[in-house]
Design a protein around this ligand. Structure first.
Ligand code: LLP
Length: 385
């Protein structure tokens, strides 16, 4: 929630920048931990959602593990002080170099996405005389009913191993001298608000763990991925994600035996709320049909609206408390028509120099920025400074 003091502090800052409220992040992490601890669930943070150093420091201090999808993320997690025994490495295309690096760091587990990858990790681990712990990512064919670009758990998606290939996986695992089978991993998609999706996932996880255990392969870790969505329309709700309801679904529907651990990989729900992209209005253009507010931030700083038609609440924080008088198309400076943050957005009368906040931008915001149009590096302002 922006107040006049915060906005005054922004006045002499160069825009655009990401504003991080680290206190709010701490409260969100605590809400998540309180809900997860009830069931002794383990939560890893999906670095792909945000790898800003201050954010990672705060997440690490809260005791979470790290879910990484590249050698770069594994390195960043280790350098940020995450315990290697709480680092997992997922992704359909791990290079030999990345696998070797992760083996050298003795990370907790590789989430393996194909039979060939299993063979490669086994070979590379053998060359180092190490045992790699692996979890098998299974494609559960559960529809996340979310934007098709962020649906990952259907048969037609590239992620995970399909259930009809499991026998080959079991055979490959038995033949591998340098792999230790840890468990099974799933992830069905992102920005999921319908808890029934997670219920369907639980049913699949139960089926799959039974399949392995029947074949004499104990499943120690059930990793159910991430995907919990947030309410982008209510950026000030606390907490912005329903952690209680989310973990309760798994507590109610997942079969968990005493020797098993349940792992989660949350990204968005943990960091979306704590950041807003702050931008200044460069120009106002009044056309016959439309009024445009042209910002100094564009799709290069926040790509989600252009890429997924995603909604981020837009606020004119130079006019706090003033009534909305007009509808504006709020656009960026980039030479693409898709560089638009919102159409017909009701705002108070807006003018050149006003500060505009694009809310709930902490997840998949800064990390997806690009230098297209030779844009400058992203700047930051932190609540604690
Ligand atoms: N685990 C795996 C294997 C994943 O692929 C993802 C996200 C997560 C965990 C974390 O999911 P979350 O809790 O954040 O939903 N750029 C898109 C989102 C892409 C999500 C990719 N995978 C967006 O801006 O909406």
């Amino acid at each position: 929630m922006f107040n006049q003091d915060i906005v005054n502090n922004f006045q002499n800052k160069e825009t655009p920048f990401y504003y991080y409220d680290l206190e709010l992040l701490k409260r969100t992490l605590k809400a998540c931990a309180d809900a997860a601890d009830k069931y002794r669930f383990h939560v890893h943070f999906a670095l792909k959602a945000n790898f800003n150093s201050r954010v990672l420091q705060t997440v690490k201090d809260a005791g979470l593990g790290a879910d990484c999808v590249s050698g770069g993320e594994v390195k960043k997690a280790i350098e940020s002080g995450f315990n290697a025994q709480q680092v997992v490495f997922a992704g359909v295309g791990k290079s030999d170099r990345e696998i070797n690096y992760a083996l050298d760091q003795d990370i907790f587990a590789f989430n393996v996405e194909s039979i060939q990858e299993l063979e490669v990790i086994n070979e590379l681990a053998r060359a180092k005389n190490k045992i790699a712990r692996v979890a098998i990512r299974i494609n559960p064919n559960v529809d996340a009913h979310t934007h098709h670009y962020i649906t990952t758990g259907l048969d037609e998606n590239k992620f995970g191993i399909n259930s009809w290939d499991l026998q080959s996986v079991a055979d490959a695992l038995k033949q591998s001298t340098n792999l230790s089978f840890l468990g099974i991993h799933f992830h069905v998609g992102s920005q999921i608000l319908d808890m029934n999706v997670f219920k369907s996932l639980c049913v699949k996880v139960n089926e799959m763990q039974a399949w392995f255990e029947e074949r004499g392969m104990p499943v120690k870790v059930l990793n159910v991925g991430g995907g919990l969505g947030v309410d982008y329309h209510q950026p000030d709700t606390n907490p912005i994600a329903d952690f209680e309801a989310y973990f309760k679904i798994f507590a109610d529907f997942l079969t968990v035996k005493p020797h098993q651990e349940v792992h989660f990989e949350l990204g968005r729900a943990l960091v979306a709320q704590c950041s807003s992209l702050i931008s200044r209005v460069l120009y106002m253009k009044h056309g016959i049909k439309k009024n445009f507010a042209v910002l100094d931030a564009g799709m290069t700083e926040l790509m989600r609206p252009a890429l997924y038609q995603a909604y981020h609440k837009i606020e004119n924080i130079s006019k706090l408390g003033q009534p909305e008088t007009m509808a504006y198309d709020v656009v960026g400076p980039i030479c693409e028509s898709s560089d638009c943050f919102g159409k017909d957005v009701n705002l108070p009368t807006t003018q050149r120099g006003d500060l505009i906040a694009l809310r709930t931008a902490g997840a998949y915001g800064e990390v997806m920025a690009s230098a297209y149009n030779l844009r400058p590096d992203i700047k930051h302002v932190y609540s604690e400074d």
